[in-house]
Write a protein that binds this ligand. Structure first.
Ligand code: 9PG
Length: 913
């Protein structure tokens, strides 16, 4: 638990007691207390200290009053919680009346929870079977200790579970509880821990129809669909809806080894989930905050409205080997439950999961631009293609500003899947030759491999069949993946990363590639390393085995090489990667191909729509666990409409993740490169966040707010995912956003004095507090905030705050989509010297326009020749009145910054008044 959460817990505890005594003291009467003590003593006997009874009594009373009060509130008002002060203080305690754990204060109703531990003990005799236990630990019979505001302990004859908790925050709008269980064995026999589940009854908090509730489904790995669905919907298992038939294909996309795979009576989400009713602004998020030992999964049972939060261990705990009772202690993956606005909850949860011991600060990892062979050449790629592209990127004048630093060879060079160091005939100089040619051109050499897979035709599989994870049913090597692109390697198997020989082999492969000169690694199909099966080390869970593999790879390449994950189970990968693919593959087609849709499991096959959709819904992971990789930028001649191309650039830029181009650069239309430059480099400081991600499966608003309160501009991208034209009244969505941006923002003016802006409560005025600029259409907007949007299109609006007086404001530019939001392009008034200055740095585009708004009388007085100074070529191209703001005009400047005075690439325009 971090010190911040400990402090928050302490503060919350104080608040709890203050509220508690203030509000409920009148209810505590001595006679009732004595009566309850007598009844509970009669019911439970003297197993528990009498003082504890008194505490339980107060707690029960508290929850009864809480239920009573919230029922009263419900009568008065439906929809959101609107309590008098802060939200009730979250609490967890055992309730003797219902014999369940109770979580109160998260949402309107207390949530009752059962803790179930599944384990096996070895068969007592050779002819009997292992003893299997599916034990509900959280019953009155199993309680052995209760501590007010701290937690409780339960045990059966073989295992003990200690539940501790901390409140993570408490405000008017959100609160949360972080639960930290520890499991200890009490027997001297070997315990095989199968899983631990928290079974939560959501019925009281979901009194309405299922279709009125939305559930956030987080996919298992990079390519898996992620986003909200109706709680009434069904999981899609394609191939005739038969999970068994689609399993070999789905094995690479879904968690098919889970006991919930294929279930038709509910919905599964991996690592976390969240629920929201369609008439509420608040949601409840459930999430495990670690996945180093077990795989966390959530299953919503549609019929019973129960949520099972389950941890899949399958791990042997070796108490017999030590020969002492109770010595094996497992720190169970903590569970977080929170109430509040979904954007905030997703970000908070991701922060709580973030790696604490990562080898470098994620904020120091730079966004980079790279090139990848896959989406243009696929497995037909040859050494000639790599050399031609590397040479073009390094030598072509037009490519200079793109600053492409990596050339990455993808799938197609290897002789077989698994035989990574032997290449096919298309690579006559071998891998050392490829690395040499890329490095010679001053770029980092990158390579793709699937380190946990080996194909049926590989030498590795032929020579070392014992190195593979074994199928639990048949005992033969587990088939992890079927890939029609891989010919004789169509059937692929999972390497057993707990086998010391496999570990040495992995180390050898990666250190050899480093010795060849590669410094950028895209490791793919990683989910193969986490499949269920029998492994060399039975004390290792599948999550531990997977992380062992990653650990070896990271150590072999060292901390300075760039590691990109792909096809990776996300939660168990935290802590090893610089960047991670967070979406399905892209393609130069908006929709997936029909055949892929019916052959794939669910809606994750390659297409632009899926890649953009999941990159948006997974935005909250960016720079918390790694840099998000939204998959490659495609700039094809055909295949994508202009609107789709702009939408692609908008989303990739706003994701602020890594940008990798996948095209044959020499044959590329150079206009496309100019378009691409307008999103490069992506931002180090800000990134996009979708709005209403639970209410809309396809979010229609993606927002990037300024990185500090003094930043005037924010970016709002409206998206039409539909196949037909749509008219969007942006005012509806923008009103709340702008209200927030214009309220109580403190900023420093040019003289470094704090300027406090009072909140503007008059809603009608909020729009006149902003200038709006349409980035891709390159024009200031007037009253036209109702947008007609073509199919698969976006409109990126830069909104700039206007609220302080008559100073000029920079309201638009055509150089970079996001640079006015993160401060790389900024306009400021210097009141002392009476000039307005626009500063520009770190943008790839060198020729473009700027738009500055100023009072009309100021524009009239300006003598442009003498008043404008710059270290680049500037011309005033037009001056127009702003219809949205009376007596204001916009001056449009055209700028050519190809030849800058000074060598740091920064340029400025100074307008003297
Ligand atoms: C190389 C590609 C690219 C791509 C990766 C990944 O299920 N499948 O058959 C399947 C094939 C390819 C694939 C994903 C799934 O794409 O995302 O960028 O590196 O491998 O083979």
């Amino acid at each position: 638990m971090s010190t911040a959460s400990a402090e928050a817990a302490k503060a919350a505890a104080e608040l709890y007691y203050n509220n508690f005594i203030e509000e409920y003291a009148i209810y505590f009467t001595v006679p009732v207390a004595i009566l309850v003590i007598l009844i509970t003593t009669f019911v439970y006997g003297f197993r528990v200290n009498i003082l504890d009874y008194i505490l339980y009594f107060f707690q029960d009373l508290y929850s009864i009053i809480f239920i009573f009060k919230s029922n009263n509130n419900k009568k008065k008002k439906t929809g959101d919680i609107n309590l008098r002060k802060a939200l009730p203080i979250a609490n967890l305690r055992f309730d003797y009346l219902t014999s369940k754990l109770l979580i109160s204060g998260i949402g309107k109703e207390p949530l009752s929870v059962d803790i179930v531990c599944k384990y096996e003990l070895p068969a007592p005799t050779w002819y009997s079977r292992n003893q299997q236990y599916d034990c509900r630990l959280s019953t009155s019979k199993n309680v052995i200790q209760m501590q007010q505001n701290k937690g409780c302990v339960f045990s059966d004859a073989n295992v003990k579970i200690t539940i501790e908790f901390a409140r993570i925050f408490c405000s008017k709008t959100s609160n949360g509880l972080h639960i930290f269980p520890t499991l200890t064995t009490l027997t001297d026999r070997t315990v095989r821990l199968i899983g631990i589940s928290f079974e939560v009854d959501l019925k009281p908090s979901m009194p309405y129809r299922l279709s009125k509730s939305k559930m956030f489904i987080n996919g298992f790995q990079s390519w898996s669909p992620t986003g909200s669905v109706s709680c009434a919907s069904r999981m899609s298992y394609t191939l005739l809806g038969l999970p068994i038939v689609s399993r070999p294909v789905a094995g690479m996309i879904r968690n098919v080894d889970s006991e919930y795979w294929g279930r038709g009576d509910g919905l599964t989400s991996q690592h976390m989930t969240a629920f929201q009713s369609t008439d509420s602004k608040d949601s409840i998020l459930w999430g495990f905050t670690k996945q180093t030992t077990a795989i966390g999964e959530f299953f919503f049972h549609r019929n019973t409205k129960k949520l099972t939060c389950t941890l899949d261990y399958e791990k042997t705990l070796f108490s017999t080997d030590i020969g002492m009772k109770g010595l094996v202690e497992v720190k169970v993956e903590p569970l977080l439950v929170m109430f509040g606005a979904i954007d905030f909850l997703l970000e908070t949860w991701a922060t709580e999961c973030a790696p604490t011991n990562y080898h470098r600060k994620l904020s120091d990892v730079k966004t980079s631009v790279g090139w990848c062979s896959w989406y243009k050449f696929y497995d037909k790629v040859s050494q000639v293609d790599i050399t031609r592209n590397a040479n073009f990127i390094a030598d072509e004048e037009k490519m200079k500003d793109i600053d492409c630093r990596v050339v990455q060879l993808d799938d197609g060079f290897q002789s077989h899947i698994g035989d990574w160091l032997t290449v096919n005939r298309k690579f006559p100089d071998g891998l050392p030759g490829v690395a040499r040619q890329i490095k010679k051109k001053g770029m980092a050499a990158g390579i793709w491999l699937a380190p946990f897979l080996a194909g049926h035709g590989s030498v590795l599989f032929r020579d070392r069949p014992e190195w593979f994870v074994k199928d639990q049913l048949t005992g033969s090597p587990l088939i992890a993946h079927l890939n029609p692109d891989w010919g004789s390697d169509f059937i692929c198997y999972s390497l057993d990363t707990t086998n010391p020989q496999v570990q040495s082999w992995l180390k050898h492969i990666f250190s050899t590639l480093v010795a060849y000169g590669f410094t950028y690694f895209k490791i793919d199909f990683l989910v193969a390393g986490i499949r269920r099966g029998n492994r060399y080390d039975r004390y290792s869970s599948r999550a531990e085995a997977y992380r062992k593999g990653l650990d070896i790879i990271r150590k072999a390449i060292g901390p300075d090489c760039y590691l990109v994950g792909c096809g990776a189970p996300l939660g168990p990968s935290i802590g090893y990667f610089d960047a991670m693919r967070v979406s399905s593959d892209t393609n130069a087609e908006w929709n997936e191909m029909f055949l892929q849709r019916i052959l794939g499991a669910g809606d994750g096959p390659p297409c632009l729509r899926n890649a953009l959709h999941f990159s948006i819904t997974r935005s909250f992971l960016h720079r918390k666990w790694w840099l998000n990789d939204p998959d490659c930028v495609l700039l094809p001649g055909t295949g994508l409409t202009n609107e789709e191309m702009i939408l692609q650039l908008t989303v990739i830029c706003m994701s602020s993740g890594v940008v990798v181009i996948s095209e044959d650069m020499p044959s590329l239309d150079l206009d496309k490169i100019s378009l691409l430059k307008r999103i490069l480099p992506t931002s180090q400081l800000v990134s996009g966040q979708p709005r209403n991600v639970l209410l809309h499966r396809f979010p229609t608003l993606y927002v990037c707010s300024g990185c500090d309160p003094s930043q005037r501009s924010s970016l709002f991208a409206f998206i039409n995912w539909k196949n037909y034209d749509v008219t969007i009244d942006t005012k509806i969505d923008l009103e709340d956003e702008l209200q927030y941006l214009s309220s109580n923002r403190n900023e420093k003016n040019a003289n470094n004095k704090e300027v406090v802006h009072e909140s503007n409560n008059k809603q009608d005025d909020v729009f006149s507090n902003f200038f709006f600029f349409d980035f891709w259409q390159e024009r200031p907007l007037r009253d036209d905030l109702i947008l007609l949007m073509k199919p698969h299109s976006s409109r990126a609006l830069v909104a700039t705050r206007f609220d302080d007086g008559q100073d000029p404001k920079l309201i638009g530019n055509s150089f970079h989509l996001i640079a006015m939001v993160d401060g790389r392009i900024s306009g400021q008034m210097d009141l002392k010297n009476n000039y307005f200055i626009v500063n520009v740095r770190d943008v790839a585009c060198e020729v473009g326009k700027l738009w500055v708004a100023m009072p009309t009388n100021v524009v009239t007085d300006l003598n442009t020749e003498n008043n404008i100074k710059s270290n680049v070529i500037v011309n005033v191209t037009s001056t127009t009145d702003l219809k949205s703001h009376k007596n204001w005009s916009v001056m449009e400047f055209s700028v050519d910054a190809t030849k800058i005075d000074g060598d740091d690439g920064q340029w400025y325009i100074k307008i003297q008044f």
